[in-house]
Design a protein around this ligand. Structure first.
Ligand code: PLP
Length: 494
């Protein structure tokens, strides 16, 4: 392993805002003489705005340099390991981008006639078939914009199915290890939340489930593997119990990177689940860009899927069917995040079934490598073998030197790594949640492990260095409370 530290000094210029370097009269474009009649702005009446002055005026190269310099302040999946637990920050293969940018695909319009859209519909159909095979489910919608919207879609489907049976029920059961979006989803869908405590192994406590699973419970929302990275080994018994009492089993499939090609939720009793294409299937995420959260269901829930539903006409042509009397309605415009569907399909086809299985195995191997190489210096929140991620706690460091998970995360930046996820899941106090994904090489994992071990040593010898990190970045600690409570998102002169 290389002994050269990853982080080093590098020229980073101070950057003024575009507003501050603006000079009147500069422009980054040149237009030919106007040779058509000018627009009749007066016709807009009151709606003609006159208050949009004050845009910065700059030349093209000034703009390019400004944004290029800013981009070098950033850290992304293309820069290095991005071990943000639960987020599956894997590499976005360039073949996905190549395919998504092909003229016929990038230029397709959602209002194009059906007979000219057969190729685009075929992409959706193929992806649907592959995802159903991977999940072991019967039907799917590709519409939801992200995991959270997939959850909402799934719970609305359950609600509709229960209503069709005569009683929508009142409660949704959610383990205390769940992602925050799960209770938010259930509440928005009109359900009350009943919290299910985890047992000492960090998994569902069967006795509590037995007690809470009444005839008022519409669904159990379960993440598997859960947010501690632990596979719910009782999953068959859990599913049986939920079904016996007339409820549905919803699986938050954000952690499918631990299962693809190895186990299928449909086979272990799941009725509805969402996938995060922007996690497991390598479409880009972060920065507020479009995600994609398809929802796969068992046959009983199929009649309620959002419209339109992709089907075939008697002549074999693909079509988007609107006439679905039991549908919960539309969740998103057009066909969802079509560009993400293309990328996910490219990823699946480029990997093939053997490649997808290998990906899963590598992701699990990488996480367990980190877990076993660090467990003598950081306390494990739960000492249960994990799948694609592992969760340590800051217990030892907090006790020794009052150093917390956030401090260690910030110090990792000085070693050249993106921090792990801090303080989540909530059932693991002082959580340090690490998900390397399959994208990391052994060499990079070893460097990451060496960095975390060095920081553990610093906690003993120079804890102040850790508590005041990062030291190598342009700005050190920010006032995170002020940033969250009083964000200043707009430039003003004062
Ligand atoms: C990421 C994630 C979600 C939410 O997905 P979004 O696409 O961010 O809306 C839900 N549950 C778990 C476990 C996750 O990791």
């Amino acid at each position: 392993m290389s002994t050269t530290p990853r982080a080093a000094r590098h020229i980073v210029q101070n950057e003024e805002l575009l507003f501050e370097i603006s000079e009147p009269g500069k422009a980054a474009y040149q237009l030919p003489e106007l040779d058509v009649p000018p627009a009749n702005v007066a016709a807009l009446g009151e709606r003609a705005r006159s208050d949009i002055a004050g845009f910065p005026e700059l030349s093209e190269i000034e703009i390019i340099r400004h944004f290029t310099r800013l981009s070098t302040w950033n850290y992304g999946v293309d820069t290095g390991l991005y071990p943000l637990g639960s987020c599956t920050m894997k590499y976005n293969p360039r073949v996905n981008e190549f395919v998504a940018r092909l003229d016929a695909i990038a230029g397709a319009h959602p209002l194009q006639p059906e007979e000219l859209s057969q190729g685009a519909l075929r992409i959706m159909d193929l992806l649907s078939q592959y995802l159903l095979e991977i999940c072991g489910m019967d039907a799917i919608t590709l519409q939801p914009a992200a995991g959270a919207q997939g959850e909402l879609t799934g719970i609305l489907l359950i609600r509709a199915a229960l209503q069709a049976r005569g009683n929508a029920r009142r409660l949704v059961l959610i383990p205390d290890s769940a992602h925050g979006t799960n209770p938010a989803t259930a509440a928005i869908a009109g359900y009350e939340i009943a919290k299910l405590s985890s047992n000492a192994q960090g998994t569902v406590d069967m006795a509590s489930l037995d007690r809470l699973m009444t005839d008022q419970v519409a669904a159990l929302m379960l993440t598997n593997p859960n947010t501690l990275g632990i596979f719910e080994e009782d999953i068959h018994r859990i599913a049986d119990l939920v079904h016996q009492r007339g409820g549905f089993l919803y699986m938050d499939g954000a952690n499918m990177n631990a299962l693809v090609g190895r186990a299928r939720p449909g086979d272990f009793g799941v009725d509805v689940m969402h996938l995060n294409l922007h996690k497991t299937f390598s479409t880009p995420h972060g920065g507020g860009g479009p995600g994609s959260g398809p929802v796969a269901v068992k046959a009983e829930l199929e009649p309620f899927l959002p419209t339109p539903v992709l089907t075939r006409r008697p002549n074999g042509a693909l079509t988007l069917e609107e006439d679905r009397p039991h549908s919960i309605g539309r969740m998103r415009a057009f066909a969802g995040s079509f560009g993400m569907l293309v990328r996910a399909l490219a990823y699946i086809m480029a990997n093939g079934s053997d490649g997808l299985k290998q990906t899963t195995e590598d992701a699990v191997l990488n996480a367990n490598y980190i877990r076993t190489r660090l467990k003598d210096v950081y306390a494990l929140s739960y000492d249960t073998p994990t799948m694609h991620e592992c969760v340590f706690s800051d217990k030892l460091q907090a006790r020794k030197a009052d150093v917390h998970t956030g401090d260690i995360a910030k110090r990792l930046i000085d070693y050249g790594f993106h921090p792990y996820t801090v303080s989540f899941p909530l059932i693991a106090p002082g959580a340090m949640m690490i998900e390397p994904t399959e994208s990391a090489s052994k060499r990079e994992l070893d460097e990451f492990i060496a960095a975390l071990r060095a920081i553990a040593q610093e906690v003993d010898t120079e804890p102040e260095t850790v508590k005041t990190a990062p030291h190598t970045t342009r700005v050190s600690r920010m006032d995170e409370v002020a940033a969250a409570r009083k964000p200043r998102l707009r430039w003003t002169e004062d």
